[in-house]
Design a protein around this ligand. Structure first.
Ligand SMILES: NC(=O)c1ccc[n+]([C@@H]2O[C@H](COP(=O)([O-])OP(=O)(O)OC[C@H]3O[C@@H](n4cnc5c(N)ncnc54)[C@H](OP(=O)(O)O)[C@@H]3O)[C@@H](O)[C@H]2O)c1
Length: 307
């Protein structure tokens, strides 16, 4: 086994070693190379499946390699590599990206998908709970982008798909922390998009409505630990949100196929709303925003000083 394959082995396991040898032999294969975070379930796993079915190669990353292997076991082969990555740990980002480059030589599409939900009235959420959420849902996106962008700049091409949320456009009760993280992802993506477009890199944020994944599963969703009497009459966050689990209409497999389509577009959307439930909320919200903008146009412009 070569030194390079030995270097990859402890990080990744057998599929990646196989992938390395296959890629070396394959030479110039035009299929895209995907790097997906949180690929062990839900939208991440579905996107990995869709990309593999499209003939692309995938670096599936996650905190738990067994979970990843289990989720994608039917597709295991030379086009699929598994890499350990907890996105909340900045130190893990570079070794993960390096492992992807060693396996497949480049990264064409980065999907920042890893995330979880923390729900509760803002006053009931602790700073520690919110900081932990931000560490994964916002800083996680930042760490992986910061590590993958130099690779894409060198290539002079790349696509970044950041999975935001309907709650990244509109505020909902109990979603103060979750929305703050997703709005932050939107702001980061929209700004960095201007900086990297000259290098052939395009960024799309995806705003799903309710999709049938493990997001609201009792093992994953987090709720405010403390409770304030005044909010009790409004019902608990857990009662309200856990009821959606298993009843979401969005199909992650269909979203995976759409992401493959978006990754192949010369001019992908900057923001893509996924699901008719999300569309039904976003359209009137944006129209109301436009109407308010027009209503206060004169007041908005009245702040100008003399030139
Ligand atoms: N489903 C929806 O209705 C919906 C709507 C809007 C937005 N979204 C967004 O879609 C994305 C994917 O969620 P999903 O719905 O597919 O839920 P999911 O099935 O729970 O998948 C989320 C994945 O992220 C992983 N993850 C969590 N924290 C991580 C970390 N620190 N490092 C690496 N991986 C981590 C989880 O793996 P572990 O086993 O390691 O926890 C899990 O595999 C999230 O960003 C979510 O906010 C989902």
């Amino acid at each position: 086994m070569s030194d390079l394959a030995n270097a990859i082995a402890p990080l990744t396991g057998e599929p990646l070693r196989q992938a390395f040898f296959q890629t070396s032999k394959a030479g110039s294969n035009m299929s895209k190379i995907w790097f997906i975070t949180g690929a062990g379930s839900g939208i991440g796993a579905a996107t990995a499946v869709a990309a593999l079915k499209a003939g692309d190669r995938v670096v599936a990353t996650g905190r738990n390699l067994d979970k990843l292997r289990n989720a994608l076991r039917d597709l295991a082969g030379n086009n699929l590599a598994f890499v350990q990555l907890d996105v909340a740990d900045e130190a893990q980002a570079k070794p993960a990206v390096d492992a992807a480059i060693k396996a497949f030589g480049r990264i064409d599409v980065l999907v920042n998908n890893a995330g979880y939900s923390l729900l509760g009235n803002f006053e009931e959420l602790s700073t520690v709970e919110i900081e932990k959420l931000m560490a994964t849902n916002f800083y996680g996106v930042m760490h992986v982008m910061r590590t993958a962008l130099p690779v894409m700049r060198k290539q002079r091409s790349g696509r970044i798909i950041n999975i935001s949320s309907l709650a990244g456009i509109v505020g909902f009760k109990h979603c103060g922390a979750y929305s703050a993280a997703k709005f932050a992802v939107e702001g980061l993506s929209a700004s960095v998009a201007h900086e990297v477009e000259p290098f052939g890199i395009k960024i799309t944020t995806v705003e799903p409505g309710f999709f049938r994944t493990d997001l609201l599963d009792v093992r994953n969703a987090k709720y405010a630990r403390s409770s304030i009497e005044d909010y009790v009459a409004g019902g608990t966050a857990e009662n309200m949100w856990s009821g959606y689990h298993g009843a979401q209409q969005g199909d992650p497999a269909k979203l995976g196929d759409i992401l493959v389509k978006i990754a192949g577009m010369d001019n992908p959307p900057k923001q893509f709303v996924a699901g008719s439930d999300a569309f039904a909320v976003v359209k009137p919200a944006l129209e109301a925003r436009l109407e308010e903008l027009r209503t206060y146009e004169d007041l908005s412009k009245s702040t100008d000083g003399s030139v």
